[in-house]
Design a binder for this molecule. Structure first.
Ligand SMILES: [Zn+2]
Length: 257
């Protein structure tokens, strides 16, 4: 099995996985979206709320705010040494105090830890003059399979496209016009595929070619993963943690044998 990072930044990554099966690629995808823990607000203690939103709606909006997570320092509550009562190793307590007029944003939630902070710029509620909000919110680790607020990333994959232009190509340019991704080009009177990885396997080039000269296959042992993180963890960390989740599950199986 081989892994190649095609591109990666703070929020997005493209990774090429070769020498794997569709079943393995799907296990990886599912682990990324459902098994990787992140922080999200679970309990909200509201001291004062004269905003236009009901407490429940406010708590729901707060729950969906992504919070930067460091998995090396945090435990899942049910696995924590405090026995699930809540301690600094499993619970992050944020506080919010605001008074109108103005918009309350996610970055108004104050965190005691500079590395575990809500992602900035997400509007929570708009306050009019004199309206007040005072609350405390407890964030804990959880998994996407329990609630979407804990989902670390949106991850998907496509089969690696393999485009071949046969000798019978007449260079008519129909495939060049048909391709919505601009992958087909004319070179020396023949069609060639450039930047094949961008192909979306729509088969427009195959359908438009009257000579049947364009062959398109999707490899079932090479996969291009697209990972878009919520911002709680970098996308490559989501992939790393997903692999750990699969490995841990396998170890638990071995222990049962
Ligand atoms: Zn604890």
């Amino acid at each position: 099995m081989e892994l190649k990072v095609l591109s990666a930044d703070e929020r997005h990554a493209k990774v090429l996985l070769s020498g794997a099966s569709p079943a393995y690629a799907n296990a990886l995808r599912r682990a990324m979206i459902a098994e990787v823990p992140t922080l999200a607000i679970e309990d909200v203690i509201i001291y004062e709320n004269t905003s236009p939103l009901y407490d429940e709606i406010l708590a729901h909006r707060l729950g969906l705010v992504p919070i930067r997570t460091d998995l090396s320092r945090l435990n899942l509550r049910e696995e924590c040494s405090c026995g699930g009562e809540g301690c600094p190793s499993c619970t992050l307590t944020l506080s919010l105090e605001a008074e109108g007029e103005g918009m309350v944003y996610s970055h108004d939630l104050r965190s005691p830890d500079p590395e575990l902070t809500p992602l900035p710029g997400i509007p929570i509620v708009k306050l009019r003059e004199g309206q007040r909000l005072k609350l405390e919110a407890e964030a804990v680790l959880g998994r996407g399979r329990e609630h979407a607020k804990w989902q670390a990333a949106v991850a998907g994959y496509k089969y690696y496209p393999e485009i071949e232009v046969l000798e019978s190509c007449t260079g008519c340019g129909d495939c060049v016009e048909a391709c919505p991704k601009g992958i087909m080009k004319l070179e020396d009177g023949r069609a060639v595929a450039v930047n094949q990885e961008a192909c979306i396997l729509c088969r427009a080039c195959v359908q438009e070619c009257e000579e049947n000269a364009v062959q398109l296959r999707a490899s079932d042992e090479k996969f291009i993963f697209t990972i878009e993180s919520t911002g709680a963890l970098p996308p490559l960390e989501v992939l790393r943690q997903a692999c750990r989740c699969i490995s841990k599950k396998a170890e638990r199986m071995i222990a049962l044998l």
